[in-house]
Write a protein that binds this ligand. Sequence first.
Ligand code: DX5
Ligand code: ZN
Length: 218
Amino acid sequence: MIKLAPSILSADFARLLEDVKKVENAGCEYLHIDVMDGHFVPNITLGPGIVKSLRKDVNMVFDAHLMIENPDLYIKDFVDAGCDLIVVHQEACTHLHRTIQNIKSYGIKAGVALNPATPIESIKHVLSEVDMVLIMTVNPGFGGQSFIEGMVPKIEELKELIDSKGLSVDIQVDGGIKPSNVDKVVKAGANIIVAGSAIFNSEDIPTTVKLFRENASK
Ligand code: DX5
Ligand code: ZN
């Protein structure tokens, strides 16, 4: 069974709680929170204050995708704001193993994200330490970009590595995922599906969510 993680980047920020309640009521399990600092990626989004405000009214798994430099400086803030899972980028961490331990020291889940150009090899040494690996299927920074087809073999490579080590690590995919291509990434091994524009820009969110799940199990 897949889990769906709508990305709030594509929500209407002026009606954020209202939009988030729509995806929660449609049965989506994770809330994917894209944090961007204008340095690691060429865009700025939101910080822990907004996460804290949402936390009071939302029961989904809060999944913070930190696309920021020096993530260690902000991990405690996102923990205090109520995140259940914090994902840092391999490319942003000089001491990745230490950063993952830092996240886990708060008793929450830790994940590591890879830009399209970053090989699986670079996280082999932390695979047994993380709860989730996020394979970016677009270059991070913006919602609504096109899925990079070349990422499918990368998901397969990660899945094989996880299985060969007998680990249970979730594989999340993020960027350009739609009902029309979700089957491909799920077949390759992904089990947590981020979708921003495909869900929030849809006229009928419950139907789109249903379509994601139907197509994922094809
Ligand atoms: C991109 C973000 C994604 C993005 C996904 O940098 O990490 O989470 O919002 O949006 P869609 O599904 O529209 O590609
Ligand atoms: Zn994301």
